[in-house]
Design a protein around this ligand. Structure first.
Ligand code: COA
Length: 413
């Protein structure tokens, strides 16, 4: 790892709050966001006055369609009783990570010292139409051809199994199901998770077919929820808490919205590019990361993350999943192991089990890492006292990827 003395933090998270994820029909979107925002503000150790907030960065995708509302800043100015600058970023399922990326830019520029970052989505109010609505983040031709997101990822998963898994006696398909089993196991101790229920490989492989080879239990669910963070400049962080979690890397990359014109169907170029940039920015290698929140909207995407991040070689992700599960001997989190690298992925259940209210997800990932690095994750706390965490949030089938690296103790490699 780069000399820690030269690792200059970009920003720090000093407070975090979230709602439960699931079917939250009793609250409208701005109430969910307000609940998460107030929890984040109230969680700040030495207190944060509302007047300390200088800007708000929100992330959401389908607010206008699901709830027939627009102008998030206006609604939130009313809810929070504030008139400070506010913006809303739309980047499909990557909206939350993009909102945080923009907040980091605001803080890095020196314009702000204290910002609120919030992600939210309310999907179940429109459950009959939501699968079509999500396709706003797909290419129009894909939508016209009858694709859904499950269909698009099914094409990618089928190609991956064809290229790397045929001839593995079904072990590749088993590995894709094991990701569900792992993430549901990880969510058992997460009080906010949409599902706290374990599944077996047989449960996954016998669940209803959604888009061959994707079955219901390979999918993240349709969810409501909101998450918020208090993000400050490193210079003022210790004014708010003795244990700020520093953001030491914040990078983003983009790619063609359509899978038809991608270089490859078996990986996400935007993830590879954002990962390269963030590792260069921090001087780290993937081996330095101890816990990661990966964007597992469908289980194949968690394998793509292992490969695109450089944790393992292309085509070998499923073997890492399979072997790690086989050699697992009993702790509550199943780490992925590749040689001397060990990585706990989706400690709170990931999108699969914690839930996926799309605009909230990227912020929820940072909430999870903030809690894990402070040792405050309660029932789903990993027992390795991690110091470095990574959050990987993508939009659509990889039209955008945002990666953040967080660190608790800057003097410890
Ligand atoms: N994982 C685990 N359980 C799930 C689930 C999921 N993804 N989706 C639904 N369930 C459960 C429900 O809780 C319910 O359980 P219960 O009978 O014990 O109450 C049961 O399965 C049926 O739920 P229902 O809402 O009727 O399922 P559905 O068939 O309408 O939807 C999917 C299931 C998989 C099609 C839906 O979750 C889906 O489309 N997910 C993908 C969302 C998406 O594309 N997001 C964007 C990613 S880029």
């Amino acid at each position: 790892m780069k000399s820690i003395k030269r690792l200059k933090p970009l920003a720090a998270v000093v407070g975090a709050g979230r709602t439960k994820f699931g079917e939250l029909w009793y609250k409208n979107p701005e109430e969910l966001l307000t609940e998460a925002g107030l929890k984040a503000v109230e969680s700040v150790e030495y207190g944060l006055m509302r007047k300390d907030l200088q800007a708000c960065y929100f992330g959401s995708f389908l607010y206008q369609v699901t709830n027939k509302l627009a102008l998030v800043p206006g609604y939130m100015a009313r809810e929070l009783g504030m008139n400070i600058p506010m913006s809303n970023t739309e980047a499909a399922c990557g909206s939350g990570g993009s909102a945080l990326y923009n907040a980091c830019l605001g803080i890095r520029s020196g314009e702000y010292d204290v910002a609120l970052v919030g992600g939210f989505e309310k999907m179940t109010d429109r459950s009959e139409k939501i699968i079509d609505d999500l396709m706003f983040a797909g290419d129009l031709h894909e939508f016209g051809a009858g694709y859904t997101f499950a269909g698009l990822y099914a094409s990618m998963m089928a190609r991956y199994i064809h290229d790397y898994g045929d001839g593995s006696d079904g072990k590749c398909r088993e590995a894709l199901a094991l990701i569900t089993c792992k993430n549901h196991l990880h969510a058992m101790g997460n009080e906010y998770a949409q599902f706290r229920r374990e599944f077996s490989v047989d449960d996954v492989l016998n669940s209803p077919l959604v888009a061959d080879p994707i079955r219901m239990l390979h999918c993240s669910p349709v969810s409501d929820g909101a998450v918020a963070l208090v993000v400050v400049s490193p210079e003022v962080a210790k004014k708010y808490t003795d244990t700020p979690i520093y953001i030491v890397g914040s990078q983003q990359a983009t790619d063609d919205v359509s899978i038809c014109s991608r270089e490859s169907l078996t990986g996400i170029k935007a993830t590879r590019l954002a990962m390269e940039k963030v590792l260069k920015e921090t001087g780290m290698t993937i081996g330095d990361i101890q816990v990661a929140e990966a964007h597992d909207c469908f289980t194949i995407e968690e394998i793509f993350f292992l490969e695109d991040s450089g944790f393992c070689k292309e085509g070998e992700g499923w073997k890492i999943v399979y072997d790690s599960y086989e050699s697992f001997n009993g702790s509550k989190h199943i780490p992925y192991v590749n040689g001397n690298r060990e990585l706990v992925v989706n400690a709170g259940g990931g999108l699969k089990a914690d839930g996926h209210p799309v605009g909230a997800t990227g912020v929820r990932q940072v909430y999870e890492c903030f809690k894990q690095l402070r040792g405050e994750a309660g029932g789903n706390q990993v027992d390795t006292e991690p110091n470095v965490a990574l959050c990987h949030n993508i939009g659509g089938t990889g039209g955008i990827a945002t990666v953040h690296i967080l660190m608790r103790d800057l003097s410890k490699s």
